[in-house]
Design a protein around this ligand. Structure first.
Ligand SMILES: *Cc1c(COP(=O)(O)O)cnc(C)c1O
Length: 403
């Protein structure tokens, strides 16, 4: 977009500065050789400006504003869940989810995730207990959970990694048997269904993230999903300093509220979610076709009965058969300005604040260790073109053949 045509900012007292910033971006944009692992989807700016005008006019900026209420309603309908409580980000939502259920002691969780999963436990003074993952899904392995339960265990916190559903029925049965709560970190699982049912309907609570890198984004944002209206009320108190009414503070709450600009963006984004999902599905199909049969390279299947959101496309490199290591492939692609990411490497259990825990010992987590050593997430976003995806596959094939 040539800056001269950017009439939005012309006449602004900052016009020169904005033009300079845009020209910096134009240089990047013109260099379409560069492919990042993700690129946030945004709606046409004009749609957002209409909402901003309403916000400026009403002066209701936060604290359960009009757009906030609308988005909670719209998301509940879209996702097929009963109650949605919006948050300023997913990490605060995880922390409040643990607080509202009064979780303490030990929580069994996965090391194969984004570090916020375990940090949310730490911020609540809870001891994380790492459990290995299932090689088929890389989600918490239900057959390994029971051995980790102690008198201190109060809950299980699994993650639907890459949006692939956990073994929700098995985890639910273990929780029922031992009287544990289940809180799903569903940051990757926006819109995912098993059968006709949202995967967010399992467990006591599920937590979403609307961070810029997620498939539904409000720049920063998140939510707690529950079927229990009373629980939603208490969640809403906790995210607003604990205020139950003007003079009643029910607990040491926090400020986790989503503001009206985030909520407005969310309302607009919802209109485009389905179209973007279809585009990502096409890219996943292309990746699968082009990369199938490359020896030493594997990927996860589409799981039967699951409506996927195609948020990520992880591949796994077996260096002896592929001919080079995962890290060599990473470096090679980077040299060609294809910036892939190693999600999830290092494992959470390797970070200094967690590696001293007995459950963090690598020999207890062989499947997670192996996956973290092999994984690369390929670029995946709605605006990724077929040509770009083809170029990525060609380069992967080239490095394999060169070795
Ligand atoms: C993104 C993410 C979070 C954190 O969400 P924020 O909205 O960035 O705070 C937590 N868990 C997982 C698995 C994530 O991917």
């Amino acid at each position: 977009m040539p800056k001269s045509e950017n009439h939005l900012y012309s006449g602004s007292q900052n016009a020169a500065e904005f033009a300079r910033l845009l020209s910096l971006l134009d240089q990047d944009g013109a260099d379409n050789r560069q492919i990042l692992v993700t690129r946030p989807d945004l709606p046409p700016l004009s749609e957002f400006v209409e909402y901003l005008e309403v916000i400026w006019h009403r002066r209701w900026l936060t604290n359960n504003g009009l757009f906030h209420q609308q988005l909670e309603q719209a998301l509940a309908e879209f996702l097929g869940v009963k109650q949605v409580s919006l948050f300023s980000n997913g990490t605060l939502a995880l922390m409040v989810a643990l607080q509202v259920l009064r979780i303490g002691g030990e929580v069994i969780t996965t090391p194969y995730s984004f570090v916020a999963t375990t940090h949310a436990l730490s911020w609540n003074g809870i001891k994380p207990v790492f459990c290995d993952v299932d090689p088929a899904t890389l989600n918490l392995d239900p057959s390994k959970i029971e051995a980790l339960i102690t008198p201190q265990t109060s809950a299980i916190m699994p993650v639907h990694v890459y949006g692939n559903p956990c073994a929700v029925d098995k985890i639910g049965r273990i929780a029922d048997t031992y009287g544990l709560k289940v809180i799903y970190d569903a940051a990757h699982a926006f819109g995912v269904k098993t059968g006709q049912n949202s995967v967010l309907n399992y467990g006591d609570l599920s937590v979403l993230s609307f961070h810029a890198t997620k498939v539904f984004t409000t720049m920063e944002g998140g939510a707690i999903v529950t079927n229990d209206e009373k629980l939603k009320n208490r969640i809403d108190f906790l995210k607003n300093f604990g205020f139950a009414d003007e003079v009643t503070v029910m607990a040491p709450g926090i400020n986790g509220k989503m503001n009206e600009m985030q909520a407005a963006l969310g309302l607009i984004q919802l209109k485009y979610v389905e179209e973007r999902r279809r585009r990502r599905e096409n890219i996943a199909t292309l990746y699968r076709e082009r990369l199938a049969g490359i020896s030493g390279l594997s990927f996860l299947p589409d799981f039967p009965g699951v409506e996927h959101n195609y948020a990520y496309f992880p591949i796994f490199i077996d260096d002896s058969r592929f001919g080079c290591s995962r890290d060599e492939l990473y470096t090679f692609l980077k040299a060609d300005e294809i910036f892939v990411r190693r999600y999830f490497y290092p494992l959470i259990s390797h970070f200094p604040m967690y590696r001293g825990l007995p459950s963090a010992a690598p020999e207890n987590l062989p499947v997670a260790e192996a996956a973290a050593g092999r994984v690369i997430c390929l670029p995946m976003y709605a605006e990724l073109t077929q040509n770009q995806a083809e170029r990525i596959c060609r380069r992967i094939d080239e490095i394999r053949n060169k070795k």
